[in-house]
Ligand binder design. Structure first.
Ligand code: CP
Length: 311
């Protein structure tokens, strides 16, 4: 069994990528690599009780945190907003402070409001893990995306990564653009100008035409149109969008011959991606990403909940 003993993270909470040091990110990715090799990991979180509070829907993130917690021996309490006293008019913060009063060992939280997990973190004395807030941050997704790229391409340094589609409403894009250039990847965004962020991070290039944007890229990451965060009428019909921006096998030929295709999910097939690309046996790693999410989230939970074990 490989031995790995990273030091504790420099932060009590996991809120976004900019608040992690390069060491923190490397420690999480290294420990995730360790957990990827373990058939039966040590139950290092035995006795821990975590609360998972998702104020927005989720399949991948919620389930993979639950599996990660279970694999490490923790117990997870799943809090459901629709079955809670929120429906009787209780405020968000009263809800959170009531959960906090029950002294969980950590809170895993997703919320539609900008910075909500950070606000909660400033009011409680246990780790808060951001499982996605607004269009702003989704740190464990960016970490699992980096982990997936490293598994397939060896390293982030020098990789050309195209993030395609609705970048302006994507918390996945924000944290990927914060992480990848720090480790030497060249990042481009690709899509209609209306879906570009107002301000591009330093070093990130923008392309309007899909074929130009993915040309020569090693990684093509496709994003869905996030209509729930979009002004009505911002873009045309789904079929017009697919015609201009859908990733098809033909268009994928513009990228490197061994380029991998990623998507954080949920996918809208026939809108931003064609079936044959989504299901491509060698190029698509879309159904590997959620599994890597379990390893990354095991590493995050271990490092945040076990600071003494990590010195
Ligand atoms: N990638 C992602 O956040 O997916 P879910 O919304 O299903 O968690």
């Amino acid at each position: 069994m490989p031995k790995i003993s990273p030091k504790a993270l420099s932060t009590q909470h996991l809120l976004d990528i900019p608040s992690l040091s390069d060491y923190d990110i490397t420690a999480i990715l290294d420990l995730a690599g360790h957990y990827a090799l373990q058939k039966q990991p040590d139950p290092v979180l035995t006795g821990c009780v975590l609360v998972s509070a998702f104020f927005e829907p989720s399949t991948r993130t919620r389930t993979s945190f639950a599996i990660a917690a279970n694999r490490l021996g923790a117990r997870l309490v799943t809090w459901d907003p629709e079955q809670s006293s929120l429906v009787k008019g209780e405020t968000f913060m009263d809800t959170v402070m009531n959960i906090a009063a029950m002294a969980p060992d950590a809170l895993i939280m997703r919320h539609k409001d900008f910075g909500a997990p950070g606000y909660v973190a400033s009011r409680v004395n246990f780790p808060v893990i951001n499982a996605g807030d607004s269009w702003r941050a989704h740190p464990t997704q960016a970490l699992l995306d980096a982990f997936t790229m490293i598994r397939h391409k060896g390293a982030l340094k020098g990789l050309r990564v195209a993030i395609c589609g609705d970048v302006s409403h994507s918390r996945v894009a924000v944290d990927n653009m914060a992480l990848l250039p720090r480790f030497g990847a060249q990042v481009r965004i690709v899509g209609p100008k209306l879906l570009w962020p107002k301000k591009l991070p330093l070093g990130v290039e923008a392309f309007e035409k899909l074929e130009d944007g993915i040309a020569g890229c090693d990684v093509v990451m496709v994003l869905r149109l996030q209509k729930e965060r979009m002004q009505e009428g911002l873009i045309g019909s789904d079929s017009d969008y697919f015609h201009a921006y859908g990733l098809t096998e033909e268009r994928l030929k513009c990228a490197q011959p061994d380029a991998i295709v990623m998507h954080p999910g949920p996918m809208n097939r026939g809108v931003e991606i064609a079936d044959d690309v989504a299901d491509h046996p060698t190029r698509s790693v879309i159904f590997e990403q959620p599994g890597n999410g379990v390893f990354v989230r095991m590493a995050v939970l271990d490092l945040l909940l076990n600071p003494k074990r990590h010195g």
